[in-house]
Design a protein. Structure first.
Length: 176
């Protein structure tokens, strides 16, 4: 009735369509999570994990959960400096910044947003011990009104260290 080549092509087409349909729900769960960069970008060992709680939609409100693994925290930290590109036109709420260490929120001495230099500075009251996993939560963030890929660089200052910021890694945040 049908030729063998027709049946093979039809079955191949159905298999591909089935894989695409099965893969669609998985893709929708990826909203707000780090994606996969094919070209360029940050070296694997410098890439930091994050989550955008409300999907990273352009022009909307969001909460950024910026994570630093314990293995990156080789020295104690008394200041975090998060720089971002000049074309990122989002807004931060310095009153809604939280630093979480070992599942506990720590007290902050000060949070400064230097808009001119595209820098968010976070000063804990006490230095964060070396080897601690850290999550920096930025709540009430107003995402930029246009989408894009934004490199947020994390630098730290250690107590008693030469007063130069040390690079820890980069969060590659995509706003759609």
């Amino acid at each position: 009735m049908f030729s063998k080549s027709f049946v093979r092509r039809a079955l191949s087409g159905l298999a591909i369509a089935g894989c695409l349909v099965v893969g669609l729900p998985t893709l929708s769960f990826a909203d707000g999570l780090p994606g996969f960069t094919l070209w360029g970008g940050v070296k694997g060992e410098d890439s930091l994990n994050f989550r955008l709680d409300f999907g990273g939609r352009a022009g909307s409100w969001d909460r950024y959960r910026l994570r630093i693994p314990a293995k990156k925290m080789k020295l104690a930290v008394e200041q975090f400096a998060i720089s971002y590109p000049d074309y990122y036109k989002g807004e931060f709420d310095t009153k809604n910044v939280e630093v979480i260490v070992k599942d506990k929120s720590i007290k902050l001495q000060e949070v400064r947003w230097n808009k001119d230099n595209h820098l968010l500075e976070i000063y804990p009251e006490e230095p964060i011990p070396a080897g601690s996993g850290v999550e920096i939560q930025l709540a009430n963030v107003r995402n930029p009104s246009f989408g894009g890929m934004f490199y947020f660089n994390c630098q730290v200052l250690s107590p008693g260290d030469v007063p130069l910021l040390r690079y820890l890694g980069t969060w590659v945040i995509t706003i759609s």
